[in-house]
Write a protein that binds this ligand. Structure first.
Ligand SMILES: [Zn+2]
Length: 214
């Protein structure tokens, strides 16, 4: 199967996309929304379907704040093709289909049986700036890993995490990232980069990933 994915947008723009995975996640997502509001920045949230249904009020705030919503599967289980279930929940919550999808763990091969269908009507979004923010405890390290990342430039897609696929650590895991977020936004702007929603990013040609049916 030949899958088209987008690791970054066109490089001849000053825009970059901040993307947040694994929510909606009260009250951490609300904290992220507040920081984005203060900085007048739009972002994209790749939500997990089960959390969309569990936390409708947080989902509603995301939509009302004008952020872009992307599909990040229904249960976030490796190789489980439940993007359609998530799509239905997202449509119910936002009133429209989501134009963007991100595969859990950026692991394309395990999803080979369902990936062919995914390119119809949705862009599959990878990222060129990954920081493993969810493994860091020091906010300054997270900010530095974004701002000093060798790939960071116009068109970059930055992945951060405002939630978790498990309930146990969903409140603790995003905390260092949230503390780092104001410096990340300020640092991007200092470098002449403007954070936008994925719906405002200009895209060039996709990367191609080959997966095999096994
Ligand atoms: Zn995820």
């Amino acid at each position: 199967v030949d899958l088209s994915i987008y690791r970054h947008g066109k490089r001849n723009q000053s825009s970059v996309a901040l993307t947040f995975d694994d929510g909606p996640n009260p009250t951490r997502t609300e904290e992220v929304i507040d920081i984005l509001d203060q900085a007048r920045v739009r972002a994209t949230f790749f939500v997990i379907g089960k959390w969309v249904s569990a936390f409708p009020a947080t989902m509603k705030r995301l939509v009302e704040a004008g952020h872009v919503i992307g599909n990040h599967s229904d249960e976030h289980r490796r190789g489980v093709c439940d993007f359609d279930r998530a799509r239905t929940r997202i449509e119910r919550a936002t009133g429209k289909p989501s134009a963007f999808l991100r595969v859990p763990y950026f692991a394309y091969q395990p999803y080979a049986p369902c990936l062919e269908g995914l390119n119809h009507g949705t862009r599959v979004i990878d990222a060129d700036v990954r920081t493993q923010d969810y493994l860091q405890s020091d906010p300054a390290t997270i900010a530095a890993r974004v701002l000093d990342h060798p790939q960071l430039r116009g068109g970059s897609i930055i992945v951060l995490h405002d939630g978790s696929d498990t309930a146990v650590d969903r409140l603790s895991r995003p905390q260092p990232m949230i503390l780092a977020l104001p410096s990340i936004i300020a640092g991007l702007k200092q470098r002449g980069l403007t954070p936008v929603g994925l719906d405002e990013l200009a895209f060039g040609s996709p990367h191609h990933v080959q997966t095999s049916m096994r």
